[in-house]
Structure formats: C-alpha cells, structure tokens
Design a protein around this ligand. Structure first.
Ligand SMILES: *Cc1c(COP(=O)(O)O)cnc(C)c1O
Length: 340
C-alpha cells in the first residue's frame, strides 16, 4: 500500500461539495478581506477550542510578528526561543530589531528545556517565544514561573498544536499571546495562507485587532503603528467547513500515534516522549534512529513517505551566522537534526 507523507486530496475530496459551496457564496457576496466568513470562523474557533476571542490573520508568521510588536521588543533587547523549530518562530524577533537568543531543547519532547531557558536569561532579555513543536505542548508551568520572575513577555507559537491542551488549558492563552497557522499542511489547513492570534488579555487582543488593519480602529485614523495582517474571506469560508472535523481528525491522529507507540518495536528506535502534563495532537510523529537515512530509504522502497524535520537547527542557518552560535552551541538540538 502506498502511504504518502501527506495527501490533502483525500480530505479535500470528501469536503469538495461543501467547500465549493462555501467558497462560491463568499465569491458571490464579494467578502474578500475579513468580513462575515472570517468573523464566523473566529467565533467558531474560539467556541470549539476554548478561547475567549480569536483574530484571523493572513499567515502563521503574521501573528508572531504582531505579538512581537505588542511586546514592544526593540533593538538591544533579547528574546529567547528554541533553535529546533521552523524558522518562522524567530522572524518576529528580527522584524522588531531585537536579537534572537537560542536555548537548547529537551531530548524527549524536542521543546525548549526550561533549565536551559533559565540559564539564557540576561538583563537584556525581554521575552520568550515558546513553540509547541510537532503538536506536543511545552512545559508551561516552568516557563511561566520564569517569565514572572524576570518580567518577560511570553508568546506561544501554536502553529503545530491546534487543539492541544497543557493540563486543562488550550495552548496559546497560558502566555501573553498565542499564534496559529492554517498553512495547508497544518492540522487545520486553509486553501492558501492563514493564521490566527489569541490572548487571554483583552487589551492585547484589542491592540492586535488594530495592528491587523494598519493600526486603525476607525478607517483612515491610525493611532498606533500597524500593518496588513488580515485573513481573507475565502480562508474563513473554507476553515468554517473544516473546523467541525478537527476534533475527529485529531482523535484519529492520536489513535494512529498510539498504534505506532505500541507497535513500533524496531531495535534502537527512539519514539517521541509522552509527558503526562499535555497530550500531543501529533502534527508530526517524530522518531529517531541511528541508521535514520537507511531506514528512510527502506520505507521509501516500501512506498511509505517520510520527511526529515528539521535538518538544520536555526542557530546554524546562514541568516543567523552573525549571532555567532556555531556548531556545538546547542548539542541536543544539533543531535535531533542528525541521525539518533
Ligand atoms: C508553519 C509554522 C509557522 C508559520 O506559519 P506560516 O503560516 O507558514 O507563516 C510558524 N511556526 C511554526 C512552528 C510552524 O510550523
């Protein structure tokens, strides 16, 4: 049996009639930028996943950018994040002129290690971008305790963790701001670019709402510096069709992951850790093996798709060479990028 790494066409075929009807309605009503479909999606997303309020945005990178603007990061400030993530987790820091500072990860969950995070704090540290990687919630109690101690702004990158909870709280509203991506490959994917911003703090959500439309509450009056971070109507319409299926899709991911966890008996394989504080929504099922490349080849020969996520840690990317963190700076992250 052919098992591709990702095949969106299955899901899209099943929803085709409903999706095209929704997109057609949006087309006919010319609701292209924000509008009713996006408002409906925001309300549905909040109600379904347990958020007080939600703002639709035009990618998963945008709400990270907006969150960094709201945090007030500026040149000279340091913001700590993980070197083992998709690059976008760190971009917002650069957009504000602040400096990304990396701290190493935990071997088991691939998420930031609170002990290493703590050791990276300096008098210039202003914030933390914590990533719930591969769908696995990070250790938020430890992160929040440290943030409180040092007065740091905490941004949760939930791009891979839609629907995940830390203890009983949905990820994204434990810190000061939370961000989502609806890039097509994510657990909840749009038909193009999309993202969302959440906060448990109403004043932060209000600021984000204004920043999303050019720093404006009233058209042509700009009280704060903003930008164009609007979700488009087609994404809202499609995501409204998909959202009711998310819980079922997540349960299916978790059931398949449970079968993998119980059934993969390969010698020397390292399966993803399952800490008791929060259940993964398994954006990826990430395993490690000393003969990784041979294993991938073997699986490919048997028509089972795999991917290598992530082959190069952020601190070793060319764009961050000037930060001066060379090979050996974050051994656990570097090890995770290599064969087990
Ligand atoms: C996908 C992703 C993003 C960015 O989302 P886009 O919608 O592609 O801009 C940010 N962080 C992580 C961890 C991601 O996986």
């Amino acid at each position: 049996m052919k098992v591709p790494f990702l095949d969106l066409s299955l899901q899209h075929r099943a929803l085709r009639t409903e999706a095209l009807a929704a997109l057609t309605a949006t087309y006919d009503a010319t609701r292209f930028c924000l509008g009713q479909d996006v408002e409906d999606f925001e309300r549905n997303f909040a109600a379904t996943l347990g958020y007080p309020r939600v703002l639709g945005m035009n990618s998963g990178t945008s709400p990270l950018h907006v969150a960094c603007m709201i945090a007030g990061f500026k040149p000279g400030d340091e913001v700590i994040t993980t070197p083992f993530t998709f690059i976008s987790s760190a971009w917002g820091i650069n957009y504000t002129g602040a400096t990304p500072v990396f701290a190493d990860i935990e071997e088991d969950t691939f998420n930031l290690d609170p002990v290493k995070l703590s050791a990276a704090v300096t008098p210039r540290t202003k914030g933390i971008i914590i990533v719930h990687l591969f769908g696995q919630p990070a250790r938020m109690d430890e992160v929040m305790a440290m943030a409180k101690q040092h007065g740091l702004f905490v941004i949760e990158d939930c791009a891979q963790a839609v629907g995940a909870k830390y203890k009983d709280t949905p990820v994204g509203i434990i810190g000061d701001a939370g961000t989502f991506s609806f890039y097509p490959t994510k657990n909840l994917g749009g038909c193009g670019e999309g993202g969302a911003f959440v906060s448990r703090r109403e004043e932060i959500q209000t600021q984000a709402r204004h920043i999303r439309v050019h720093g404006s509450d009233r058209r042509y009056y700009h009280d704060i510096i903003g930008g164009n971070f609007r979700m488009d109507g087609f994404q809202g319409a499609l995501l409204n069709v998909k959202l009711p299926h998310l819980a079922g899709w997540t349960a299916r991911r978790q059931a398949i992951a449970a079968r993998y966890l119980a059934g993969i008996k390969l010698a020397d394989v390292r399966l993803p850790g399952q800490p008791a504080y929060g259940r993964s929504v398994f954006h990826q099922f990430t395993l490690r093996h000393p003969r990784r490349d041979a294993l991938r080849e073997h699986l490919a020969k048997n028509e089972v798709g795999t991917d290598l996520i992530y082959p190069v840690s952020l601190h070793l990317q060319k764009c961050y060479a000037s930060l001066g963190a060379g090979h050996g700076s974050f051994p656990i992250a570097e090890q995770a990028a290599k064969p087990a």
